[in-house]
Design a protein around this ligand. Structure first.
Ligand SMILES: [Zn+2]
Length: 305
């Protein structure tokens, strides 16, 4: 009887495993919004208000947040997390330094033991704040990492990866391993024009490599949270979406390279647009395709000098 019970439960577990790996749940299964807070899986969820998407984890032992948007929305996020957990954020992770991901650090991370980010983030955040005259408003990471970092948080393990300069020189990929949910920060602008911040060390060639490495590291079961997306496609995705972003960057680079070879100015290249990426035009950044072309043109011509 005992053996029979074991076999049937083992069969159930194996069956579930097969189901999870061969037929992942459709993204719509994770998209049910509860106000600004949307649970995704195993205590991990997302919060959208203003700026880069916040990721969160609530379990019996800790509350974790990834990114902090702006002070006002960070306060909303903090209050909502406290309603759901009776505690404030223990661990805050910054996916990178940009203001719409770190300006709320002082609010969301006020009680955090650790604020963790890539080694380059405090320096980049400081430079950005000095330019904007907002140095006094900054709260910086108090723990940084070079290539990887991990921490057990209750029954979850969080692992960070950095694969070199991409969206900035300080991007982190954040994996909630047991939930198998990944926060990509701004490494993916989901069907949307990117922000290519050359001043912060953006590198579109290595950005493409980074997306391929992440694609290979994760599986079809992994659910991804993206920093920004157009309103139709939304901020959740699957690993094939990482390759859509790679191909968008590749098309930008190809268009600029062809334009340079043909003796065209960056304005002329931008005027031609980018074929095959119509969805990226929905609710894109204000500077849209022209800004992306100009940035890649500057990147590629300054490399050639
Ligand atoms: Zn960014």
């Amino acid at each position: 009887m005992k053996r029979r019970t074991f076999l049937s439960s083992a069969g159930t577990v194996a069956g579930l495993g097969l189901l999870a790996s061969s037929t992942p749940l459709p993204l719509s299964a994770f998209a049910r919004t509860n106000g600004l807070f949307t649970p995704i899986r195993r205590g991990v969820g997302r919060f959208e208000a203003r700026g880069g998407t916040i990721g969160w984890l609530i379990n019996d032992d800790a509350v974790v947040a990834v990114d902090s948007q702006f002070p006002e929305s960070a306060a909303e996020c903090r209050d909502g997390l406290m309603e759901r957990s009776d505690r404030t954020v223990d661990l805050l992770i910054n996916s990178h330094h940009h203001g719409d991901h770190t300006a709320g650090n002082g609010v969301l991370g006020a009680d955090a033991d650790q604020i963790v980010a890539h080694d380059n983030v405090p320096m980049l955040q400081r430079m950005q704040a000095e330019r904007r005259g907002t140095l006094d408003d900054q709260t910086f990471a108090n723990e940084t990492f070079a290539e990887s970092w991990s921490k057990d948080v209750g029954d979850e393990t969080i692992r960070l990866h950095h694969y070199g300069p991409a969206h900035t020189a300080g991007d982190a990929i954040i994996h909630f391993e047991h939930a198998d949910v990944v926060h990509m920060g701004d490494l993916v602008f989901h069907y949307r024009h990117a922000y290519i911040d050359l001043g912060a060390g953006a590198d579109t060639a290595n950005w493409m490599v980074t997306l391929e490495r992440a694609h290979d590291l994760f599986t079809d079961n992994t659910v991804f949270i993206f920093g920004h997306a157009n309103p139709v496609n939304g901020i959740l995705g699957r690993r094939e979406d990482l390759l859509v972003m790679r191909d968008y960057l590749g098309a930008l680079r190809d268009a600029v390279e062809a334009g340079i070879d043909a003796g065209m100015s960056r304005e002329e290249v931008a005027a031609k647009g980018l074929e095959g990426f119509d969805a990226h035009m929905i609710g894109g950044n204000p500077d849209g395709i022209a800004g992306n072309i100009a940035a890649v043109h500057e990147e590629m011509t300054s490399v050639q000098e």
